[in-house]
Design a protein around this ligand. Structure first.
Ligand code: XUL
Ligand code: CO
Length: 437
Protein backbone atom coordinates (compact mmCIF):
# COMPACT_ATOMS: atom_id res chain seq x y z
CA UNK A 1 0.00 0.00 0.00
CA UNK A 2 1.30 3.45 -0.95
CA UNK A 3 0.62 6.65 0.99
CA UNK A 4 2.05 8.88 -1.73
CA UNK A 5 0.81 7.14 -4.91
CA UNK A 6 1.27 10.25 -7.04
CA UNK A 7 5.00 10.45 -6.31
CA UNK A 8 7.74 8.11 -7.48
CA UNK A 9 11.43 8.19 -6.55
CA UNK A 10 12.70 11.79 -6.73
CA UNK A 11 15.63 11.91 -9.14
CA UNK A 12 18.36 14.34 -10.08
CA UNK A 13 17.58 15.85 -13.50
CA UNK A 14 20.09 18.72 -13.64
CA UNK A 15 19.81 22.53 -13.42
CA UNK A 16 17.69 22.86 -16.58
CA UNK A 17 14.93 20.55 -15.42
CA UNK A 18 11.50 22.13 -14.97
CA UNK A 19 10.05 19.06 -13.29
CA UNK A 20 8.93 20.24 -9.82
CA UNK A 21 9.35 16.72 -8.47
CA UNK A 22 13.04 16.42 -9.44
CA UNK A 23 16.31 17.71 -8.03
CA UNK A 24 18.10 20.32 -10.08
CA UNK A 25 21.20 20.46 -7.87
CA UNK A 26 21.14 17.64 -5.32
CA UNK A 27 22.93 14.78 -7.02
CA UNK A 28 23.83 12.46 -4.13
CA UNK A 29 26.75 10.77 -5.86
CA UNK A 30 28.28 13.97 -7.33
CA UNK A 31 31.71 14.63 -5.81
CA UNK A 32 32.53 18.10 -4.46
CA UNK A 33 35.93 18.70 -2.86
CA UNK A 34 36.61 14.96 -2.80
CA UNK A 35 33.37 13.92 -1.09
CA UNK A 36 29.90 13.05 -2.37
CA UNK A 37 27.06 15.52 -1.91
CA UNK A 38 25.25 12.89 0.15
CA UNK A 39 28.16 12.76 2.61
CA UNK A 40 28.63 16.53 2.73
CA UNK A 41 24.99 17.35 3.36
CA UNK A 42 23.72 14.43 5.46
CA UNK A 43 20.09 15.53 5.13
CA UNK A 44 17.56 14.63 7.79
CA UNK A 45 13.75 14.85 7.96
CA UNK A 46 12.17 16.15 11.18
CA UNK A 47 9.48 13.69 12.30
CA UNK A 48 7.59 16.30 14.32
CA UNK A 49 6.92 18.78 11.54
CA UNK A 50 6.64 16.45 8.60
CA UNK A 51 4.66 13.57 10.11
CA UNK A 52 2.93 15.20 13.09
CA UNK A 53 2.41 18.79 11.97
CA UNK A 54 -1.20 19.48 10.98
CA UNK A 55 -0.85 23.21 10.39
CA UNK A 56 -2.66 24.44 13.51
CA UNK A 57 -2.00 28.02 14.61
CA UNK A 58 -3.35 30.24 17.44
CA UNK A 59 -6.29 31.19 15.21
CA UNK A 60 -7.43 27.80 14.03
CA UNK A 61 -6.87 24.06 14.13
CA UNK A 62 -4.77 22.06 11.75
CA UNK A 63 -6.20 21.70 8.27
CA UNK A 64 -3.55 19.54 6.63
CA UNK A 65 -4.92 16.74 4.47
CA UNK A 66 -3.21 13.53 5.62
CA UNK A 67 -5.38 10.67 4.35
CA UNK A 68 -3.54 8.08 6.44
CA UNK A 69 -4.34 9.78 9.78
CA UNK A 70 -7.32 8.41 11.76
CA UNK A 71 -7.51 11.42 14.07
CA UNK A 72 -6.11 9.56 17.10
CA UNK A 73 -2.80 9.54 18.93
CA UNK A 74 -3.04 5.78 19.38
CA UNK A 75 -0.22 3.27 19.23
CA UNK A 76 -1.76 1.70 16.11
CA UNK A 77 -1.69 5.08 14.40
CA UNK A 78 1.91 5.62 15.53
CA UNK A 79 2.93 2.29 14.00
CA UNK A 80 1.14 3.05 10.74
CA UNK A 81 2.81 6.47 10.64
CA UNK A 82 6.20 4.77 10.60
CA UNK A 83 5.26 3.22 7.24
CA UNK A 84 4.21 6.66 5.97
CA UNK A 85 7.47 8.22 7.17
CA UNK A 86 9.72 5.64 5.61
CA UNK A 87 7.87 5.68 2.28
CA UNK A 88 8.25 9.47 2.22
CA UNK A 89 11.92 9.45 3.19
CA UNK A 90 12.77 6.68 0.77
CA UNK A 91 11.10 8.42 -2.17
CA UNK A 92 12.85 11.66 -1.21
CA UNK A 93 16.20 9.91 -0.90
CA UNK A 94 17.30 11.28 2.48
CA UNK A 95 19.80 9.30 4.55
CA UNK A 96 18.58 10.44 8.01
CA UNK A 97 15.65 11.43 10.20
CA UNK A 98 15.28 12.94 13.71
CA UNK A 99 12.56 12.63 16.35
CA UNK A 100 11.33 13.48 19.85
CA UNK A 101 10.09 10.51 21.88
CA UNK A 102 6.52 11.82 21.81
CA UNK A 103 6.55 12.41 18.05
CA UNK A 104 6.94 8.74 17.29
CA UNK A 105 4.96 7.17 20.14
CA UNK A 106 1.97 8.35 22.19
CA UNK A 107 2.33 9.37 25.81
CA UNK A 108 0.51 6.86 28.03
CA UNK A 109 -1.37 7.37 31.29
CA UNK A 110 1.79 6.52 33.24
CA UNK A 111 5.51 6.79 32.56
CA UNK A 112 5.70 3.00 32.38
CA UNK A 113 3.00 2.96 29.69
CA UNK A 114 4.73 5.72 27.73
CA UNK A 115 7.95 3.72 27.84
CA UNK A 116 6.14 0.63 26.61
CA UNK A 117 4.63 2.56 23.70
CA UNK A 118 8.05 3.89 22.79
CA UNK A 119 9.55 0.40 22.87
CA UNK A 120 6.91 -0.86 20.44
CA UNK A 121 7.52 1.95 17.94
CA UNK A 122 11.31 1.81 18.29
CA UNK A 123 11.16 -1.85 17.35
CA UNK A 124 9.36 -0.99 14.13
CA UNK A 125 11.63 1.99 13.42
CA UNK A 126 14.65 -0.31 13.78
CA UNK A 127 13.18 -2.79 11.33
CA UNK A 128 12.40 -0.03 8.82
CA UNK A 129 15.91 1.41 9.17
CA UNK A 130 17.32 -2.00 8.35
CA UNK A 131 15.03 -2.42 5.34
CA UNK A 132 15.77 1.01 3.86
CA UNK A 133 19.25 2.01 5.03
CA UNK A 134 17.84 5.27 6.45
CA UNK A 135 19.46 6.10 9.79
CA UNK A 136 18.76 8.18 12.86
CA UNK A 137 20.67 11.49 12.90
CA UNK A 138 19.45 12.28 16.40
CA UNK A 139 16.87 11.53 19.00
CA UNK A 140 15.58 13.80 21.73
CA UNK A 141 12.90 14.00 24.43
CA UNK A 142 9.90 16.28 24.38
CA UNK A 143 10.16 18.03 27.76
CA UNK A 144 7.83 20.91 26.94
CA UNK A 145 4.38 19.82 25.70
CA UNK A 146 2.92 18.03 28.72
CA UNK A 147 1.43 20.45 31.33
CA UNK A 148 3.79 19.02 33.97
CA UNK A 149 6.55 20.98 32.22
CA UNK A 150 4.74 24.30 32.60
CA UNK A 151 7.64 25.75 34.63
CA UNK A 152 10.34 23.96 32.64
CA UNK A 153 11.89 20.51 32.97
CA UNK A 154 15.35 20.42 34.56
CA UNK A 155 14.92 24.10 35.52
CA UNK A 156 11.47 23.62 37.04
CA UNK A 157 10.82 24.93 40.55
CA UNK A 158 9.30 21.47 41.18
CA UNK A 159 11.98 18.82 41.93
CA UNK A 160 9.65 15.98 40.89
CA UNK A 161 9.51 17.45 37.42
CA UNK A 162 13.33 17.32 37.24
CA UNK A 163 13.10 13.63 38.15
CA UNK A 164 10.41 12.99 35.53
CA UNK A 165 12.49 14.73 32.87
CA UNK A 166 15.53 12.66 33.85
CA UNK A 167 13.53 9.44 33.48
CA UNK A 168 12.32 10.58 30.07
CA UNK A 169 15.78 11.54 28.79
CA UNK A 170 17.19 8.25 30.10
CA UNK A 171 14.62 6.35 28.04
CA UNK A 172 15.00 8.56 24.95
CA UNK A 173 18.77 8.11 25.10
CA UNK A 174 18.34 4.34 25.30
CA UNK A 175 16.00 4.44 22.28
CA UNK A 176 18.50 6.57 20.35
CA UNK A 177 21.29 4.14 21.17
CA UNK A 178 19.16 1.16 20.18
CA UNK A 179 18.48 2.77 16.78
CA UNK A 180 22.14 3.58 16.18
CA UNK A 181 21.50 7.34 16.46
CA UNK A 182 24.71 9.30 15.87
CA UNK A 183 23.78 12.34 18.02
CA UNK A 184 21.42 13.22 20.86
CA UNK A 185 19.94 16.74 21.08
CA UNK A 186 19.03 18.86 24.09
CA UNK A 187 16.87 21.78 23.07
CA UNK A 188 15.81 23.82 26.10
CA UNK A 189 12.06 23.54 25.62
CA UNK A 190 10.76 25.61 28.50
CA UNK A 191 14.15 25.99 30.21
CA UNK A 192 13.99 29.74 30.73
CA UNK A 193 11.76 32.27 32.45
CA UNK A 194 8.80 34.51 31.78
CA UNK A 195 9.42 36.82 34.74
CA UNK A 196 12.33 37.32 37.14
CA UNK A 197 10.10 38.26 40.11
CA UNK A 198 9.29 34.57 40.63
CA UNK A 199 12.57 33.08 39.41
CA UNK A 200 15.80 31.98 41.11
CA UNK A 201 17.91 32.29 37.97
CA UNK A 202 21.18 31.00 39.41
CA UNK A 203 19.52 27.97 40.96
CA UNK A 204 17.84 27.11 37.65
CA UNK A 205 21.14 27.34 35.76
CA UNK A 206 22.75 25.08 38.38
CA UNK A 207 19.95 22.54 37.92
CA UNK A 208 20.28 22.64 34.14
CA UNK A 209 23.99 21.89 34.48
CA UNK A 210 23.32 19.15 37.04
CA UNK A 211 20.87 17.54 34.62
CA UNK A 212 23.38 17.57 31.76
CA UNK A 213 26.12 16.13 33.98
CA UNK A 214 23.76 13.29 34.92
CA UNK A 215 23.05 12.71 31.22
CA UNK A 216 26.79 12.54 30.46
CA UNK A 217 27.24 10.06 33.31
CA UNK A 218 24.44 7.87 32.03
CA UNK A 219 25.71 8.09 28.46
CA UNK A 220 29.01 6.64 29.62
CA UNK A 221 27.27 4.03 31.73
CA UNK A 222 25.33 2.57 28.79
CA UNK A 223 28.13 3.09 26.26
CA UNK A 224 26.18 5.44 23.99
CA UNK A 225 28.75 6.92 21.61
CA UNK A 226 26.66 9.54 19.82
CA UNK A 227 27.54 13.23 20.10
CA UNK A 228 25.57 15.30 22.63
CA UNK A 229 24.31 18.57 21.16
CA UNK A 230 22.75 21.68 22.71
CA UNK A 231 20.46 23.71 20.47
CA UNK A 232 20.52 27.45 21.23
CA UNK A 233 17.34 29.52 20.96
CA UNK A 234 16.77 32.95 22.57
CA UNK A 235 13.01 33.04 23.12
CA UNK A 236 9.81 31.09 22.45
CA UNK A 237 8.20 29.49 24.30
CA UNK A 238 9.67 31.42 27.24
CA UNK A 239 10.52 35.11 27.09
CA UNK A 240 14.15 34.29 27.83
CA UNK A 241 15.53 30.83 27.05
CA UNK A 242 18.68 29.98 29.01
CA UNK A 243 20.47 28.50 25.95
CA UNK A 244 20.00 31.84 24.22
CA UNK A 245 22.68 31.79 21.53
CA UNK A 246 25.96 30.07 20.62
CA UNK A 247 28.10 32.35 22.77
CA UNK A 248 25.82 31.95 25.81
CA UNK A 249 25.86 28.16 25.38
CA UNK A 250 29.64 27.97 25.09
CA UNK A 251 29.99 30.14 28.20
CA UNK A 252 27.45 28.01 30.10
CA UNK A 253 29.19 24.76 29.11
CA UNK A 254 32.56 26.13 30.19
CA UNK A 255 31.31 27.54 33.50
CA UNK A 256 29.95 24.12 34.42
CA UNK A 257 32.78 21.99 32.96
CA UNK A 258 30.63 20.44 30.22
CA UNK A 259 32.44 21.75 27.14
CA UNK A 260 34.17 18.48 26.27
CA UNK A 261 30.91 16.53 26.24
CA UNK A 262 28.75 18.79 24.10
CA UNK A 263 28.72 20.55 20.76
CA UNK A 264 26.04 22.81 19.34
CA UNK A 265 23.16 22.21 16.97
CA UNK A 266 22.67 25.60 15.34
CA UNK A 267 19.28 26.48 13.84
CA UNK A 268 18.82 29.26 11.30
CA UNK A 269 15.59 30.70 12.65
CA UNK A 270 16.91 30.58 16.22
CA UNK A 271 19.96 32.55 15.11
CA UNK A 272 17.82 35.24 13.53
CA UNK A 273 15.51 35.39 16.58
CA UNK A 274 18.65 36.03 18.64
CA UNK A 275 19.44 39.03 16.42
CA UNK A 276 22.32 37.24 14.71
CA UNK A 277 22.82 35.95 11.22
CA UNK A 278 23.14 32.18 10.77
CA UNK A 279 26.60 32.96 9.38
CA UNK A 280 27.52 34.57 12.71
CA UNK A 281 26.23 31.72 14.89
CA UNK A 282 27.96 29.08 12.79
CA UNK A 283 31.21 31.02 12.64
CA UNK A 284 31.19 31.52 16.40
CA UNK A 285 30.50 27.85 17.16
CA UNK A 286 32.97 26.61 14.54
CA UNK A 287 35.72 28.97 15.72
CA UNK A 288 35.65 27.30 19.12
CA UNK A 289 35.37 23.76 17.72
CA UNK A 290 31.77 23.53 18.90
CA UNK A 291 29.77 23.26 15.67
CA UNK A 292 28.23 19.79 15.69
CA UNK A 293 25.08 19.88 13.57
CA UNK A 294 22.57 22.15 11.88
CA UNK A 295 18.78 22.57 11.99
CA UNK A 296 18.13 23.97 8.55
CA UNK A 297 15.20 26.32 8.07
CA UNK A 298 14.57 30.04 7.80
CA UNK A 299 12.46 32.77 9.36
CA UNK A 300 10.58 35.61 7.71
CA UNK A 301 12.19 39.03 7.77
CA UNK A 302 8.86 40.70 8.53
CA UNK A 303 7.69 38.31 11.25
CA UNK A 304 9.26 38.09 14.69
CA UNK A 305 8.55 34.46 15.55
CA UNK A 306 9.92 31.01 14.81
CA UNK A 307 8.20 30.43 11.47
CA UNK A 308 10.35 27.37 10.64
CA UNK A 309 10.10 27.81 6.89
CA UNK A 310 12.07 25.68 4.48
CA UNK A 311 15.42 27.20 3.48
CA UNK A 312 15.58 28.76 0.02
CA UNK A 313 18.14 31.57 0.14
CA UNK A 314 21.28 30.76 -1.81
CA UNK A 315 23.14 33.53 0.01
CA UNK A 316 22.39 31.82 3.29
CA UNK A 317 22.98 28.21 2.20
CA UNK A 318 26.29 29.23 0.56
CA UNK A 319 27.37 30.93 3.81
CA UNK A 320 26.40 27.87 5.82
CA UNK A 321 28.31 25.56 3.52
CA UNK A 322 31.34 27.87 3.54
CA UNK A 323 31.59 27.47 7.32
CA UNK A 324 30.97 23.73 7.08
CA UNK A 325 33.61 23.23 4.37
CA UNK A 326 36.07 25.47 6.19
CA UNK A 327 35.85 23.28 9.28
CA UNK A 328 36.19 20.07 7.23
CA UNK A 329 32.57 18.87 7.52
CA UNK A 330 30.01 18.27 10.23
CA UNK A 331 31.41 14.98 11.52
CA UNK A 332 28.50 12.99 12.93
CA UNK A 333 26.18 15.98 12.42
CA UNK A 334 23.97 16.74 9.45
CA UNK A 335 21.41 19.13 8.00
CA UNK A 336 18.08 18.41 9.64
CA UNK A 337 15.11 20.19 8.08
CA UNK A 338 13.52 21.55 11.24
CA UNK A 339 10.97 23.18 8.97
CA UNK A 340 7.28 22.96 8.23
CA UNK A 341 5.09 23.60 5.24
CA UNK A 342 2.79 26.60 5.50
CA UNK A 343 -0.77 26.03 6.74
CA UNK A 344 -1.97 26.96 3.28
CA UNK A 345 0.16 24.20 1.72
CA UNK A 346 -2.04 21.44 3.06
CA UNK A 347 -1.64 18.59 0.59
CA UNK A 348 0.76 15.66 1.08
CA UNK A 349 2.64 16.53 -2.11
CA UNK A 350 3.61 19.89 -0.57
CA UNK A 351 5.85 17.94 1.82
CA UNK A 352 7.85 16.80 -1.21
CA UNK A 353 8.03 20.26 -2.80
CA UNK A 354 9.26 21.70 0.51
CA UNK A 355 12.02 19.17 1.07
CA UNK A 356 13.12 19.09 -2.57
CA UNK A 357 13.50 22.87 -2.47
CA UNK A 358 15.48 22.78 0.78
CA UNK A 359 17.77 20.02 -0.46
CA UNK A 360 18.39 21.78 -3.75
CA UNK A 361 19.07 25.10 -1.99
CA UNK A 362 21.76 23.42 0.11
CA UNK A 363 23.25 21.40 -2.78
CA UNK A 364 23.42 24.61 -4.80
CA UNK A 365 24.90 26.43 -1.79
CA UNK A 366 27.50 23.69 -1.46
CA UNK A 367 28.59 24.12 -5.09
CA UNK A 368 28.76 27.91 -4.66
CA UNK A 369 30.79 27.61 -1.45
CA UNK A 370 33.21 25.16 -3.08
CA UNK A 371 33.69 27.55 -6.03
CA UNK A 372 34.36 30.48 -3.67
CA UNK A 373 36.90 28.39 -1.77
CA UNK A 374 38.59 27.33 -5.01
CA UNK A 375 38.92 30.94 -6.08
CA UNK A 376 40.54 31.61 -2.68
CA UNK A 377 39.88 35.35 -2.77
CA UNK A 378 38.10 35.52 0.60
CA UNK A 379 40.70 33.43 2.38
CA UNK A 380 43.59 35.35 0.81
CA UNK A 381 41.99 38.66 1.67
CA UNK A 382 41.54 37.75 5.32
CA UNK A 383 45.10 36.42 5.51
CA UNK A 384 46.42 39.66 4.06
CA UNK A 385 44.18 41.78 6.29
CA UNK A 386 45.80 40.35 9.42
CA UNK A 387 49.35 40.20 8.05
CA UNK A 388 50.62 42.67 10.68
CA UNK A 389 50.14 39.89 13.24
CA UNK A 390 52.38 37.41 11.41
CA UNK A 391 55.70 39.10 12.20
CA UNK A 392 57.21 42.00 14.16
CA UNK A 393 55.22 43.55 16.99
CA UNK A 394 52.03 41.63 16.14
CA UNK A 395 53.77 38.26 16.42
CA UNK A 396 55.40 39.40 19.68
CA UNK A 397 51.99 40.34 21.16
CA UNK A 398 50.44 37.02 20.15
CA UNK A 399 53.41 35.15 21.60
CA UNK A 400 53.06 37.03 24.90
CA UNK A 401 56.49 38.63 24.49
CA UNK A 402 55.34 42.25 24.44
CA UNK A 403 53.86 43.74 27.64
CA UNK A 404 52.41 47.24 28.11
CA UNK A 405 55.93 48.64 28.82
CA UNK A 406 57.34 47.29 25.55
CA UNK A 407 54.27 48.38 23.61
CA UNK A 408 54.58 51.91 24.96
CA UNK A 409 58.30 52.02 24.14
CA UNK A 410 57.58 50.66 20.64
CA UNK A 411 54.95 53.30 19.93
CA UNK A 412 56.95 56.18 21.43
CA UNK A 413 59.76 55.28 19.08
CA UNK A 414 57.60 54.70 16.05
CA UNK A 415 55.42 57.77 16.67
CA UNK A 416 52.29 56.64 14.78
CA UNK A 417 50.58 53.41 13.79
CA UNK A 418 50.92 52.08 10.27
CA UNK A 419 48.22 53.32 7.90
CA UNK A 420 45.03 51.19 7.83
CA UNK A 421 43.88 49.67 4.57
CA UNK A 422 40.33 49.36 3.26
CA UNK A 423 38.08 46.51 4.37
CA UNK A 424 36.80 46.26 0.75
CA UNK A 425 33.46 44.91 1.88
CA UNK A 426 31.64 45.91 -1.32
CA UNK A 427 34.32 44.36 -3.53
CA UNK A 428 34.11 41.10 -1.58
CA UNK A 429 30.30 41.10 -1.75
CA UNK A 430 30.63 41.51 -5.51
CA UNK A 431 33.03 38.57 -5.61
CA UNK A 432 30.52 36.38 -3.78
CA UNK A 433 27.75 37.50 -6.17
CA UNK A 434 29.87 36.32 -9.09
CA UNK A 435 29.44 32.77 -7.82
CA UNK A 436 25.72 32.96 -7.17
CA UNK A 437 24.46 31.33 -10.31
C1 XUL B 1 12.17 24.23 18.60
C2 XUL B 1 13.15 23.31 17.96
C3 XUL B 1 13.07 21.90 18.40
C4 XUL B 1 14.39 21.21 18.49
C5 XUL B 1 14.29 19.80 19.02
O1 XUL B 1 12.26 25.53 18.16
O2 XUL B 1 13.94 23.71 17.14
O3 XUL B 1 12.22 21.23 17.54
O4 XUL B 1 15.03 21.15 17.26
O5 XUL B 1 13.69 19.73 20.25
CO1 CO C 1 15.42 22.77 16.02
Amino acid sequence: MSFFPEVSQIKYEGPDSTNPLAFRHYNPSEVVEGKTMKDHLRFGVAYWHTFRGMGGDPFGPGCAVRPWEDGTDSLDMALKRVDVAFEFMQKLGVPFYCFHDRDVAPEGDTLAESNKNLDAVVKKLGQKQKDTGINLLWGTANLFSNPRFVHGASTSCNADVFAYAAAQVKKAMEATKELGGVNYVFWGGREGYMNLYNTDLRREFDHLAKFLHLAVEYKKKIGFTGQFLIEPKPKEPTKHQYDSDAAACVAFLRIYGLEKDFKLNIETNHATLAGHSMHHELTYASSYGMLGSIDANRGDELLGWDTDQFPNSLYETAQVMLVVLNQGGLGSGGLNFDAKVRRESFEPIDLFHAHIGGMDAFAHGLKIAAAIRKDGVLKDFVKQRYASWDSGIGADIEAGKAKFDELEAYMLKKGEAEKNSSGRQEMLENVVNRYLR
